[in-house]
Design a protein around this ligand. Structure first.
Ligand code: ZN
Length: 298
């Protein structure tokens, strides 16, 4: 009876075309939907809701991850709050907002058991303290809710998952072979296993966005295949009463004519018995409230 929430950075919905690897490239996901992943997606059945939702937050310009992630985990219009879209990481003011109110804290306050499944390499907090990296909104929200960050021991034991799904990238930052490669299906099985003893399991990956920015050594298609394998692993290993929730913060990988973000809608895909609770969600900032209702009523 858990919600398994996966935030996939940089996946929008657009018409099928030669420059759109999202529309037909993710076979496990399109198999679940029995439809291509385009902006025409519209499925509302008892156990499946799959629709495009807004990621622009009503502001001009290209949506960005700092405000998009904050909107998702904070349940507020972080771009309007900021006056404009905020790249990559939340501002100090957004972090203060998230400290007061976020999905994880609200879920805990309702009595839900919450797992922030992302795992971090040794030294992560030091790197942030040295300002060489900043916390994503999801990481920050998890920390502020007191969830703690899972580390190498949990990455090794299977109780956490790196943002790169297979750990191929995380491994390059370790001195030796401390972290085995895993298949994306095994990565999905990890999230499903965590859901056995939790009410909300949340995980985020940036692979499609970084690949579409050409900041990784893998293609967009390869990044999407990893995400698709992860989703397949969740679908194959979850309990029948678990609900999988997928969304993104903004478009990018669905338009390979440009390396920057898009204003396209993003998918909201909810598969499982809690799908009915997401019927009113039209924008990424409305998702957290729906998850909290679903947690209360399942
Ligand atoms: Zn980006």
């Amino acid at each position: 009876m858990a919600l398994i929430f996966v935030m996939i950075d940089g996946v929008g919905l657009a018409p099928t075309g030669p420059h759109n690897p999202v529309a037909g490239g993710m076979t496990r996901l399109t198999g679940l939907l029995d439809a291509p992943l385009t902006d025409a997606l519209h499925i509302e059945t008892a156990n499946l809701r799959a629709v495009p939702i807004d990621a622009t937050l009503g502001l001009p310009g290209l949506p960005q991850s700092g405000s998009g992630h904050s909107a998702i985990y904070g349940g507020f219009n972080a771009a309007a709050f900021n006056g404009r879209h905020q790249p990559s990481y939340p501002t100090i003011a957004m972090r203060e907002y998230l400290s007061q109110q976020n999905l994880f804290q609200s879920a805990l306050d309702q009595g839900a058991r919450v797992v922030w499944a992302n795992g971090y390499l040794p030294g992560y907090l030091e790197v942030v303290a040295q300002r060489r990296l900043r916390h994503t909104a999801g990481t920050w929200a998890a920390m502020q809710a007191g969830l703690g960050l899972r580390g190498l021991a949990e990455l090794q034991s299977g109780a956490a998952l790196g943002w790169d799904i297979s750990h191929a990238l995380l491994r390059t930052r370790l001195d030796n072979d401390e972290l085995p490669l895993i298949t994306p299906e095994a990565a999905g099985a990890r999230l499903a296993a965590l859901a056995q003893t939790a009410d909300l399991v949340a995980y985020e990956t940036y692979l499609p966005d970084l690949a579409a920015h050409e900041r990784l050594d893998i293609s967009v298609e390869a990044a999407l295949a990893l995400v698709d394998g992860l989703i397949g692993g969740i679908l194959d290993h979850r309990s029948a009463d678990d609900t999988l929730i997928l969304t993104s913060d903004h478009g990018n990988s669905e338009d390979q004519t440009t390396r920057v973000h898009t204003r396209n809608p993003v998918p909201l895909i909810v598969s499982g018995p809690a799908a009915r609770h997401f019927a009113a969600v039209r924008s990424i900032d409305e998702l957290a409230a729906a998850m909290l209702v679903a947690l209360k009523e399942t």
